[in-house]
Design a protein around this ligand. Structure first.
Ligand code: SAH
Length: 352
């Protein structure tokens, strides 16, 4: 039992079963016992490895795509370069290194990081010593000026609610108390307005997830971009439409029971990209691209070969494995998608 499990059990005893969204929010961001607030989960020694931690090539491709998009829109000055959920700051460090040579880009850029966890803000400051980022807690606080926005594995960490189809209604998954521990249950079915459009493409017993926190974030980013110029690259696992139970917990590079160690495992769900794209209107979404295709179009293989020329033995093997891991369909290549947003009438972000 974790300290957070005791508290959640006490809360359920007082106020009844809780939604997955409330459970996720507490487990991930509780100031005292939350997963992101108390630990550094990324990397080989942590619980999971993300694309920027696999190879510098990931951030480099993203950085060049963003810079080209900035050039394509007439190099507006000043502009915000923002990242949501930067983790250890690795991707942003790679983006900044690779764009150093783009004339005017760094001078025009104002760097903004959206991060909830104070411990991670400190790591990000260490990773970006020369760039004086401004930290904000929510996208609402993004300045009203041209915005180039990037987020890798951020939206999957936002709290979801989960429902099972029952007739024309939906039975919500809740976390409740069983004997001494936590367990899942389903609430009585009710109609859910936000899922009315899913009655057409689901049948009895199907599971659908709803990320209520993601939509206002996508809406704000979309409005800023449509009004002031810019672009967004949202990279995550998921599909065009949510279907099935994707709520998962990862600890020490393996899947665990999400209710077993609250606050000590990463909790995520797949991203429903269609909903994000719809929320981001009037910004225009490019067709959803797989990570493998996106990176190939941007020339990751040429970059991989150039880097390989300087490597040998173990370092070369690791580099080849990293390239494969980022792009191959059986690894991250097709599970991860890129949603790219641009203002109406502007060129797409390269690679999308
Ligand atoms: N992008 C990084 C880290 C991904 S983990 C990488 O690819 O390695 C998710 C990140 O989002 C963490 O930095 C976490 O602290 C942050 N985060 C999670 N929920 C958040 C919220 N509601 N607001 C701001 N940041 C959040």
């Amino acid at each position: 039992m974790t300290p957070l499990a005791d508290r959640l059990l006490a809360q359920i005893a007082t106020t009844g079963p809780m939604t997955l969204a409330d459970f996720m929010q507490t487990c991930l961001l509780d100031p005292e016992h939350g997963y992101y607030t108390t630990r550094t989960p990324f990397g080989v020694k942590g619980d999971f490895v993300t694309a920027p931690e696999i190879s510098q090539m990931f951030g480099e491709m993203i950085g060049l795509a963003l810079a080209q998009s900035w050039l394509d829109q007439g190099s507006p000055t000043p502009f915000t370069l923002a990242e949501a959920g930067p983790g250890r700051g690795t991707m942003m460090a790679d983006i900044l290194r690779v764009t150093r040579g783009i004339h005017g880009f760094h001078d025009a850029m104002r760097l903004v990081l959206i991060e909830a966890a104070p411990t991670l803000r400190a790591l990000q400051a260490d990773a970006l010593p020369d760039h004086h980022p401004a930290w904000i807690a929510t996208v609402e606080d993004l300045p009203k000026r041209p915005l180039w926005f990037v987020a890798n594995e951020f939206f999957d960490a936002l709290p979801i609610r989960q429902f099972q189809r029952a007739g024309d209604g939906w039975a919500e998954t809740v976390v409740t108390r069983y004997d001494d521990g936590l367990g899942f249950a389903r609430a009585a079915p009710t109609p859910v307005r936000a899922l009315e459009h899913r009655l057409a493409d689901t049948t009895e017993g199907d599971i659908v997830e709803l990320c209520t926190a993601a939509q206002p974030i996508a809406a704000t980013v979309g409005q800023r971009i449509a009004a002031h110029g810019g672009a967004a690259l949202i990279i995550d696992y998921g599909d065009a439409r949510s279907l099935g139970d994707t709520f998962q917990a990862v600890q020490n590079h393996g899947y665990v029971n999400p209710l077993e160690t609250p606050g000590q495992a990463d909790l995520t769900a797949h991203v429903d990209f269609e909903k994000l794209a719809r929320a981001a209107l009037p910004a225009v979404a490019a067709p959803l691209t797989t990570q493998g295709e996106f990176l190939e179009r941007l020339g990751i293989t040429d970059r991989a070969q150039a880097l390989a020329a300087r490597l040998s033995e173990d370092a070369l093997d690791r580099h080849v494995a990293a390239h494969r891991r980022l792009t191959h369909p059986e690894e991250m290549g097709t599970l991860f998608k890129i949603l790219a947003l641009t203002p109406p009438g502007m060129p797409r972000v390269p690679g999308t």
